[in-house]
Design a protein around this ligand. Structure first.
Ligand code: NAI
Length: 275
């Protein structure tokens, strides 16, 4: 069902790799809600993923950009403004990658070149994106910028590795840049802290099956799916959330405020009694 929440709005969506991607679902939903979109992803993802199928489905153009490359981002902002015929109303940063996670390097045995690559892709890319938009004055007043985060920024999830630090960095950039974007351009900047979600990035984390099941049992409403996340993100792009900024917004079925759930306690007691 469509509410026309984004009628006439123009946006850039980063990070749609395949149909499981949170960005993919958000692009489809934004289109349904009346938005015009430019899709972007790293050149390598163009070859590996199926972004072209999505572009055809929603009538969007694709402008490739490596989100760690300032020139690529500046080109993206110029091209998107040209294609969409005006300033940008919303941007979704849906990008994350840790080389240490990918290559199975333990948190206590980091390869720091990989650590640096990971924070550049997962966190500093958000600063670079906002700086390109800010310097080119490319955002409309009351525009909205959203990035995706995870609760490991606040609490320990041992297998999340250096992505935990990258997410803490990302959330801090949202607040720090959001201050200037708010003051100077009336643009809001937020992060959404999403439940574990079965996507390419999510499933790359060791022990993912365990912690997605655990989170589901802990959350009174169960895990939020990628589709739920897309729906929530649309509200943040809409005019109904104009004064929400500098926030890290939990979208996790209640997980972040639960100490323990009945189901988890029962599982624990069963295990103890088997001893
Ligand atoms: P995904 O694997 O579908 O998306 C990650 C995207 O990042 C891919 O499209 C990839 O091409 C892009 N990317 C990687 N390096 C890039 C670069 N240098 N330049 C431009 N794009 C680049 O996975 P998902 O889960 O949809 O990830 C989206 C966001 O959601 C990420 O920030 C992730 O950390 C976050 N998130 C995911 C959760 C999960 O359990 N899947 C939970 C909470 C947050």
């Amino acid at each position: 069902m469509s509410y026309n929440l984004l009628k006439g709005k123009k946006g850039i969506i980063f990070g749609a790799l395949d149909e499981n991607s949170i960005a993919w679902k958000t692009a489809v939903k934004a289109h349904e809600e009346g938005a015009e979109i430019v899709l972007t992803n790293a050149p390598i993802a163009m070859r590996m993923g199926s972004i072209k199928t999505l572009a055809e489905q929603i009538g969007a153009e694709i402008v490739p950009a490596d989100a760690t490359n300032v020139e690529d981002l500046e080109n993206l902002v110029d091209k998107a403004t040209e294609i969409l015929g005006g300033k940008i109303d919303f941007v979704l940063h849906s990008i994350g990658m840790s080389v240490n996670v990918r290559k199975g390097k333990h948190y206590t045995d980091q390869n720091y070149d990989w650590t640096a690559k990971g924070w550049d892709v997962s966190a500093v890319s958000f600063h670079k994106t906002m700086q390109a938009l800010y310097k080119k004055d490319a955002m409309s007043e009351w525009g909205s910028i959203v990035a995706l985060s995870y609760m490991a920024a606040q609490r320990v999830f041992p297998d999340y590795n250096d992505m935990a630090d990258n997410k803490a960095y990302l959330e801090s950039i949202a607040r720090s840049f959001g201050y200037f974007f708010g003051k100077d351009k009336k643009v809001r900047v937020n992060t959404i802290s999403q439940s574990p979600t079965p996507t390419t990035a999510g499933q790359g984390v060791k022990g993912f099956d365990g912690f997605i099941a655990y989170a589901d049992k802990m959350s009174p409403l169960g895990n939020a799916t990628a589709q739920d996340c897309a729906d929530y993100t649309i509200t943040l792009f809409s005019d109904l959330t104009k004064k929400v900024t500098l926030q890290n917004l939990y979208h996790d079925g209640g997980f972040s405020n639960v100490g323990v759930s009945q189901e988890v306690m029962e599982a624990f007691v069963e295990k103890e009694s088997e001893k």
